[in-house]
Design a binder for this molecule. Sequence first.
Ligand code: HEM
Ligand code: HEM
Length: 190
Amino acid sequence: MRPTPHKTADALPAVYDPVARAAHWLTFVLVAAEFVVGWTMPDIGWGTEPTGLIGLHLLLGGSLLVIIVFRLCWRLTHRAPPQPASLPAWQRWSAGATHVALYALLLIVPLTGLASAAAREWPVRAFGFITLPAIVAPHAKIGFKLGDLHSDILSWVLLGAIGLHVLAALYHRLINRDTVLRRMLPSVGP
Ligand code: HEM
Ligand code: HEM
């Protein structure tokens, strides 16, 4: 028998629903791509055109932002499956805190990038056809400041939070040998 979302029986671990799991791994791929493209794209200065890798960073980033907003709406209207009963309280608490921080950073990092793009008058189209709003005025100082924050600080904070999160997932899988990772794997059940 295949496990079903939100099932609590001990023998069959409850898993995230298919939409939550698909959104999680799509986010993972897009965020990883955003780091690689962000680190390899040319330096940005006055008059730089948003072509090539910079254009790709805006296209993937804009699409990611839409996916994150959808994912947050989904999460707020769908419950996460219960944690394994054996999990100590501090691990439940720290997992919850890390997830809130990850969601917050998944919004703040793209939004600061979007502000920088707006200040530079670069259009951002999610999936190539949904035009995202220019959230600051052209040449606004705040847009450039947020762009610096995006590149120099917030992207690193996000990377640190992801590192913690992945270490925790591996700890559950390899050391605790519990069902936490299984709940988010793409291959389990409906
Ligand atoms: C989680 C998603 C994202 C990650 C991990 C990320 C990562 C990065 C990184 C590492 C850089 C630094 C490049 C350098 O070394 O100079 C950068 C720059 C930049 N990113 Fe992103 N980015 C993300 C989303 C976005 C989005 C959604 C947009 C716009 C819609 C965007 C627009 C920009 C812009 C305009 C710059 C240049 C910033 C400046 O110098 O003013 N990014 N990004
Ligand atoms: C870009 C990288 C990643 C981001 C931004 C990210 C983000 C998140 C977020 C926000 C949640 C909370 C889900 C919810 O309750 O709505 C979550 C859950 C989870 N993630 Fe990730 N994740 C990433 C990569 C990974 C990787 C590489 C793994 C596995 C090695 C992983 C394993 C898990 C597991 C097992 C859960 C469920 C944890 C639980 O419910 O206690 N994640 N992730």
